[in-house]
Design a protein around this ligand. Sequence first.
Ligand code: MN
Length: 715
Amino acid sequence: MIRQFELVDLVKSYDPNADEAVLDRAYVFAMKVHGNQKRASGDPYFLHPLEVAGILTEYKLDAATIVTALLHDTIEDTLATQEEIDKLFGKEVGRLVDGVTKLTRIEMQSDHAKQAENFRKLLLAMSDDIRVLLVKLADRLHNMRTLHFIKSEDKRLRIAMETMEIYAPLAERIGMQEMKNELEDLAFAQTNPEARRSIMARLEFLREEGGDLVSRIKKELTKTLSKAGLKVEIRGREKLPFSIWRKMQHKDVAFEQLSDIMAFRILVGSVEDCYHALGIIHSTYRVAPGRFKDYISTAKPNGYRSLHTGVLGPEQHRIEIQIRSHEMHDIAENGVAAHWTYKQKAGKTEGRQYRWIRELLDILDHATSPDEFLEHTKLEMYQDQVFCFTPRGDLINMPQGATPVDFAYAVHSEVGDRCVGAKVNGRMIPLRKELRNGDQVEILTSKVQTPSPTWERFVVTGKARARIRRFVHSQEREQYQQLGRAILQRAFREEGYEYTDKALSGVLKVFNQGSTDDLASQVGAGHLHARDIVEAVFPGSKKKRDQNVIPLTKAKPKAGKGSSKNAIPIKGLIAGMAVHYAGCCHPLPGDRIVGIITTGKGVTIHTIDCDTLETYADTPERWLDVSWQQQTETPDVYVGRVHLTVVNEPGVLGTLSMVIGKNGGNISNLKIINRSQEFYDLLIDIEVENLKHLTEIIAALRATPAIDMVERARG
Ligand code: MN
């Protein structure tokens, strides 16, 4: 706690003419009226106005401002009245206290929708005297420093957002850079604690790694400039986490080493010295293109003046350098407050009307949406994210629960596909381990590695999952190719031809395929029929094709049509209608069946227990009572579908096709529907003569050790 005489001494140290008696009176008065009020921290309330006054002495503000700081909460929070203040402390202080009280009241009704309007009122209130705003900012700064004592998270968050959106930009606007940085960083700790922690962890890591890099750079810069006869003071300082964060967000920059987040300031005596120092820096070190800015010849609107440049400096570190005079520096740090004291010293009576406040009000009055005005400073919320770094310092943000595999894919798809291990903060960790904020992640890769289907179980990012799936699919494609070639070989052989890839290349265009591999995989996946391909290669060779669609030549006289020779083995059909065998249940001779009339498609035959039939429950007029004819002597070919679970081991597909082939079946399609480390789940379409034939094949498959389960696929 700053004691009474200490405060007076502080003010007198920079303002010898300050009215000691008023300061004493304000100190005692505030302490008395706040009495035993307590802050959320449990401290006596009086400590708060005292701290606010203390902050303002750092800016060397006049006694009236310090007195206002001591009294700033008395009207709102104690029994003290405006008349009392006016009487005890005079008109000037009375007006200032009134201004701050008004601002506090605006703050109280800080409904988000009204924010722009509140901002306007705030500007109005402070346009009378900028010291009102200075007290308010110091008040906010102390409240932010003690924000963690407030229990309600909602309240903390609201205050933090308001600080970020209104007070920090205001501090910046009046050139109080240092205050702005601290306000933002304190707010950042509330609005995005995870991101802030990750940045601090990164800083920690770099500090350990870099040693006394900063002092080495400072030393070399000093030496370089002193040799040229310049008297310089060099300051190297880390940026605050929020400044780093925003830089990374907006400019997409990484921080690889401590020097990336260091601002080196070269303070010299005069404007001439600034340009002299710049010349030496630029002729000694390599200049980073596009980084030089001259804010001395053209000051920023808030009065900021400096030269900025970026060079590849000592030890080949990229560094940012600001060159300015001591006076420029004071204004850069303290902004309006500095102007104010400089002007006071010069004995000028200043109107204290700040044109920019008027201009700001004007913009606000004419903006189409006042919200727009505030929008750019708003912080996005990244509460459920985790932030990690590459060894080069690039920031990678991912959802909570992300693993090194997610990280690897976020860096680059290739890195993901080839990752074999990960080092986090220099230590090996398993690929499935969750990453934490601030981790520096190094992915180890191998050229022979491919994505593992098991990764899919623990990755959380869409990109990683999509890539892993894509790879698994391409592996399936390879299997389809093998299978397609096997099916084609068989189809060719059946027609008495020898299969060659060359034969296929002539018909690729017919089937709209780019390569023989594509064509084979289409056959393997069942999208193309082997027999169609044989027919295309050797036109006219087709004997019995299109087992799925059978032209109807004869039907029972149900609809009163004449009868001719029955080419298809189904009773109860209408002449001239096409017949399809349903793809859902694959009916076979021997199954009990039903026909469904489908507009434009003829009749579809389903097994009587097919689930699809439920769809037609409401349209009995479409049902046809059909049954199989007696088998003819030249049996036709039907497709039966079976579902298998087989052990995932080499050669199992070969065994499978051998068992089916031995029993007179022919695989026309195969689809892997599921694949785990131990098992495959497959759907196989087998060309058979009838139900009995399929049942025999199923029995044979059941007797095969590598096959865990076989059943007829239904629905
Ligand atoms: Mn206060």
